[in-house]
Every structure is written in C-alpha cells, then in structure tokens.
Design a protein around this ligand. Sequence first.
Ligand code: HEC
Length: 259
Amino acid sequence: MGAAIGTAADRPFAAPDQGVDQTAALQAGVARAARAGLAHEPNAAIGHAACAAAAYAFLNRSDPSPGTAPVLHGAPPSAALVARGAYLARADDCVACHTAPGGKPFAGGLAFKLPFGTLYSSNITPDRDTGIGAWSDDDFVRAMHDGIRKGGKRLYPAFPYTSYSQLSRADALAIKAYLFGLPATPRATPEPDLAFPFNQRWAMGFWNVAFFRSARFAPVPFFSSPNFRRIRRCATGCSSPQWGPPTPVKSTALGARIR
Ligand code: HEC
C-alpha cells in the first residue's frame, strides 16, 4: 500500500503522525472544533444547528402543485386511459370485425365477401410487422378520422371510419392505448381480392367526396343532456357493417335503438 501511495513528502497536508488516514484527521478536527464551539460559543453553535435544521426542512419540502404531465415517448399509458380505451373499443365493437373465426382477438383476417370480391379485416394487434405496432398516434388518428392508413393509402369503408371520424382525438388515442396493451399477434392480413376498379384504393377518395365528411362529434344544443349525448354518440359513432352511404346522422340519432 505504502509504495502505491507515496511518501509523506508527496502529501504536504498530512502530518507525519497521521499517516495516510486523512479522513480520520478530518473527523478528529471537526470533533475538536465542535467541542471548542460548544464550550466557548454556545450561542453560535445553537445558531448553526437552527440553520441546518431550517435548510433540512426547506430542502425536504413537498410541492403542493398538481403539476403537468409532459409527453413521455415510450412511457406506459395510464391505467385510466387504457380502461377508457377498453370501454370505447367494446362500444365500437372492434373485436367483432377484427377477429377471424378461431383466430386470436384483434388479429384480423375476417373475410368480407362483397359483390365485387373479398376484403379482409386488418391485424390491429401491436405486432410491428403484421399489425399496427409501428403506427404513431397520428397514423392511428388519421385512420380513424379520415380512413387513411399508415403510408397514405386509403382504407375501404367496410372499416367504419365514416362513423369513427366522430370520435375525439383523445378517445381515438384511448382506443390505441388499449390496443397497444394487448398481446402482439403475428398474423399477416391477406391482400384484398377485389375486381377492377374496386382494387384501386386511391379511388376511395371519390367515394369519400360523395359520401363522407371527416368531422368530430358536436353536441346538438337542444339534445345535449349527458344521457342523450351517450345514446346519440353510440347510435352514430358505433359501427355496423356497411358498404354504401352512411345513414344520415339525424334519423339514426332520433330513431336509435341501442342493444
Ligand atoms: C364493420 C367491421 C369493422 C369494425 C367494427 C371495425 N373495423 Fe377496423 N377494419 C375493418 C376492415 C374490413 C378493415 C380493412 C380495410 C381495408 O383493407 O381497406 C379495417 C381496417 C382497420 C385499420 C387499418 C389497419 C391497416 O393495417 O391499415 C384500423 C387501424 C382499424 N381497422 C381499427 C379499428 C378499430 C380501432 C375499431 C374499433 C373502434 C375497428 N377497426 C372496427 C373492419 C372493421
């Protein structure tokens, strides 16, 4: 040990009798000073102790502000958000269309047989390769509000974005939070097998021009009681298989029958 540390001449601040243990020397010095302080200046010692106690209390104080929640990318979503998403996903019945017979929930593959071919529901589990695990919040909201999938291609309105367009961004993202908490199921969605011109996804832009308006739900002042709002949102924002113009909002809202 001595060879590695060097001689006393290398350590100008160490007294020869203290060797290399400078910590012990420091402690002894502090103890001597404290004894001297208490003996000769009791008021100063009490003052120092009071300052130390005040500093301790100040540095340990609690912040009464509720605070704000910054966006933390990659942080787990809150349990309340996931519960809300589970409720909305159930109300909107995503699982019914997104589960093939005998298949894993939400992994897609249910065939929609149409007069001009067959379309399959997508895998919407968080699998990154075959599901929507690589989708950002904006990707997901765009699909729900505008019927456009990640990458910019148009979705067919067998996916009822025509209704989901009414969901607020917050509600859409609650559904996403719920879906992203589900097990990731790898299952490639079969390509649609549709006849020309229905196999042209871009052409759905024209269908949208004719039959779809992207818009969030807005309460009608006269019918804005919380219960009526809930019924109306469900009647217009919940899904039913469709291929054609969505039913006008007013008639479904007022003639709504909720199962
Ligand atoms: C009436 C059946 C139906 C319901 C209900 C339904 N979907 Fe779909 N969804 C589809 C079909 C069919 C597709 C594929 C459309 C296509 O290929 O253009 C699809 C596609 C999607 C896509 C695009 C995935 C991709 O890879 O491009 C997302 C996201 C999606 N659905 C989410 C949902 C969510 C969330 C719900 C519930 C709130 C839901 N869907 C309810 C039928 C449905």
